[in-house]
Design a protein around this ligand. Structure first.
Ligand code: ACO
Length: 322
């Protein structure tokens, strides 16, 4: 019998503290108008002193498990997409496992920056569709407020903190994922990166980004990865009901929509409220698109992300809890 995997539950967590563009005007030489017109961002969330990627991931996971009617002990695998784990080791997923009481789950992290959630989702789908595991928890969680230079207006206005999670479960009938494309171009590693304590560096662990280069890469790769994933699913772009892209900048998505010759309302967007939450942005957007009624059973979705690496990832999903 054919064996598939599909998403049966989802959840998100956003820290309570809202940081508005007006508040950023007090920190660096910027304006609400500059930030909004160049990025589409109005505000973002920032963690409290006692919050981390693992605590946010655990919150989002609990919500996803509850919706799936699944006990933590029934989870076989936890994969967290993050590039801001609490520790170098153990993995963020190990802390999430303990926090949930998911005692029988294997647990590991995937670092593919903002593409991390789709990398993690594709990995989980493989384990479940292969029959190795029945239930996998896939999380994207990042806490960029801890790796930003709050004196650098080029970067500190762009990002926020948050987490999103889904439960992937085996299915005998529902196809779930129709295709995925994962890619990386390591020659672009210095385009956007954050040094760490194990490298050869000056000990300043702040995110550094070549903004315009990242922008060009992002527009091209959103189009290319979307086209490739749609073709691999034997579909046409016109068959796609909704694209859930990585939420970095509305101008990136406007340019991509134009290049793909798709109406902008095919792209779900919430960057205005949360900024770029890295690996968390796609699962948070997925949760909100579902909650707002934009997704119905049978819809064909494209999830598409890009980020440090330079990495990219796209997946076509036929939606339905089956
Ligand atoms: N407020 C006011 N002025 C600013 C600010 C700010 N916050 N930031 C930069 N500027 C200035 C620059 O200093 C520059 O001034 P100058 O011309 O006097 O030198 C001017 O604005 C224009 O700067 P650009 O970088 O050319 O501005 P651009 O229109 O390209 O927008 C932006 C910058 C928003 C960063 C854009 O390049 C972008 O969105 N890039 C992609 C970013 C992205 O998606 N990153 C995430 C990747 S995913 C991941 O893995 C994390």
């Amino acid at each position: 019998m054919a064996r598939y995997a599909r998403v049966v539950g989802w959840g998100k967590y956003l820290p309570d503290k809202v940081l508005t563009n007006q508040e950023l005007e007090q920190l660096v030489d910027t304006t609400d108008d500059w930030i909004f017109s160049r990025t589409g961002i109005k505000e973002r969330r920032i963690v409290a002193a006692d919050e981390t990627s693992s605590t946010m991931a655990a919150h989002a996971s609990r919500e996803a498990l509850e919706l799936s009617d699944l006990k933590p002990e029934s989870v076989d695998l936890i994969i967290v997409g993050t590039c801001t784990p609490d520790h170098i080791f153990p993995a963020c997923a190990a802390l999430v496992q303990d926090s949930l009481g998911a005692t029988k789950a294997a647990a590991f992290d995937i670092n593919a920056a903002c593409s991390g959630f789709i990398y993690a989702l594709a990995t989980a789908y493989q384990f479940v569709a292969a029959g190795t595991y029945e239930n996998a928890l896939v999380v994207g969680s990042d806490v960029y407020s801890r790796i930003l230079d709050w004196e650098d207006r080029n970067t500190c206005v762009l990002f926020g903190d948050g987490a999103g999670a889904v439960v992937v479960q085996a299915s005998g009938s529902h196809p779930g994922s129709l295709s995925f494309v994962l890619g990386n171009d390591g020659s672009g590693a210095s385009t956007i990166y954050t040094p760490g304590p194990c490298g050869v560096n000056d000990g300043r662990y702040y995110l550094t980004m070549k903004g315009p280069e990242t922008f060009k890469f992002a527009v091209n790769i959103v189009c290319e990865a979307t086209r490739q994933a749609v073709a691999a699913a034997n579909l046409e772009l016109s068959d796609i009901d909704l694209i859930i892209p990585h939420q970095a900048n509305t101008r990136i998505l406007k340019s991509a929509a134009k290049m793909l010759d798709l109406p902008l309302d095919k792209f779900y967007m919430n960057v205005e409220r949360y900024g770029n939450t890295s690996a968390a942005s796609i699962p948070i957007a997925l949760c909100e698109a579902i909650d707002e009624g934009h997704i119905k059973d049978g819809d064909k979705l494209v999830l598409v992300g890009f980020g440090g690496g330079l990495s990219w990832a796209a997946m076509v999903i036929e939606w339905g809890r089956g």
